[in-house]
Ligand binder design. Structure first.
Ligand SMILES: [Mg+2]
Length: 337
């Protein structure tokens, strides 16, 4: 298979541009100096960007190119979902070595475009740069939300319910198992954890369904870990939170991983993990409505606690009624170790 070096810069760009599609709102797509996009009247434009670095955000031996592309799409889609926006258009920048198989790169981009298309967004352009060391990918995603209706991290109120979609902690557990067990982590007994790590499902549809209820007061997506992202939300809102230990320790997948890794299931549940789930503050009077709306959009909601007026303090309520104060142990990319 030809490498990028074999094709040359313009040959490689032609190959990648071939995979770009026209989409709604695209006035001028790929092939010009920039894309021209048309935002619907009465809507705010929402912008996010996420970069993946080889060895840090992906391990080449654990993820194939199409799945990697879809995972980068999911990371960005999740941020747009956390703002209650509808994803629309994206541009992809790639830093690749000259020896990179050109078709593998096209397959990666195809996986990414498909991941976007699954949620109504279109890849409209990109850029290719040659690198000598580690490779990287940077996606910028634009979305739209009705003017003034974007969710933020800063409007949670004491008394609001603390709610999370899906099963946080599973992605981090999958990554830890892969590092600890090597090939054995591909076994069927770890299937749900590896899938959460490699094939996360961004909560775009659930966010739209929940937006329609009007019950969500604040939101963040879980990209660092439940506790770390909860701390960000509490800080931005000037509130504290109490979480119940039980929903996390009751997840049988986490319990099994905890046994194997020699850590607690609770620590896996709240610790570093890029799950791309949504963490929400919800009006307590609207619990049933939210459950119904999220369920209709294919997402389960776990009601894991509530927000308090103890600014910045996060406490855990154990099954026996005891209470302990937690630190905020999310994933810090610049931390040592
Ligand atoms: Mg985020």
């Amino acid at each position: 298979m030809p490498s990028l070096r074999d094709l040359g810069e313009f040959g490689a760009i032609r190959l990648l541009a071939h995979g770009l599609r026209e989409g709604p709102g695209v006035v001028i797509g790929s092939g010009d100096d920039a894309a021209v996009l048309r935002v619907a009247p009465g809507r705010d434009l929402v912008v996010t960007t996420d970069a993946f670095v080889e060895g840090r955000h992906w391990l080449p031996e654990w993820i194939d190119p199409a799945t990697l592309g879809a995972r980068l799409a999911a990371a960005n889609l999740s941020d747009v979902a956390a703002m209650a926006a509808v994803p629309r258009w994206a541009v992809l920048a790639i830093g690749a070595r000259a020896g990179h198989d050109a078709q593998a790169l096209a397959t990666l981009q195809e996986g990414l475009a498909r991941g976007l298309a699954d949620h109504g967004a279109t890849l409209v352009g990109g850029n290719l740069a040659a690198v000598e060391g580690g490779e990287w990918l940077a996606l910028t995603l634009l979305g739209e939300v009705e003017r003034g209706r974007a969710w933020t991290r800063s409007a949670a109120r004491p008394g609001d319910l603390l709610v999370v979609t899906g099963f946080p902690g599973r992605a981090g557990a999958g990554a830890r198992l892969a590092r600890a067990l090597g090939e054995a982590a591909r076994g069927d007994e770890w299937r749900a954890l590896l899938a959460a790590w490699l094939r996360p499902a961004p909560r775009v549809a659930a966010a739209q369904a929940l937006l329609a209820t009007g019950a969500v007061t604040a939101a963040i997506d879980v990209s660092d870990g439940l506790l770390g992202d909860l701390a960000h939300l509490c800080e931005a809102s000037g509130v504290g939170a109490e979480i119940r230990a039980e929903p996390g320790t009751a997840d049988p997948w986490l319990a099994r991983a905890a046994d194997t890794l020699g850590v607690s299931a609770f620590d896996l549940w709240v610790g570093p993990s890029d799950d791309y789930e949504l963490l929400l503050a919800v009006d307590p009077a609207q619990r049933a409505r939210c459950e119904q709306a999220a369920g209709a959009a294919g997402a389960t909601l776990a009601f894991i606690g509530r927000f308090t007026d103890a600014r910045g303090a996060i406490a855990c309520l154990e099954g026996d009624g005891s209470r302990r104060v937690l630190g905020s142990a999310g994933f810090d990319h610049f931390a040592r170790g």
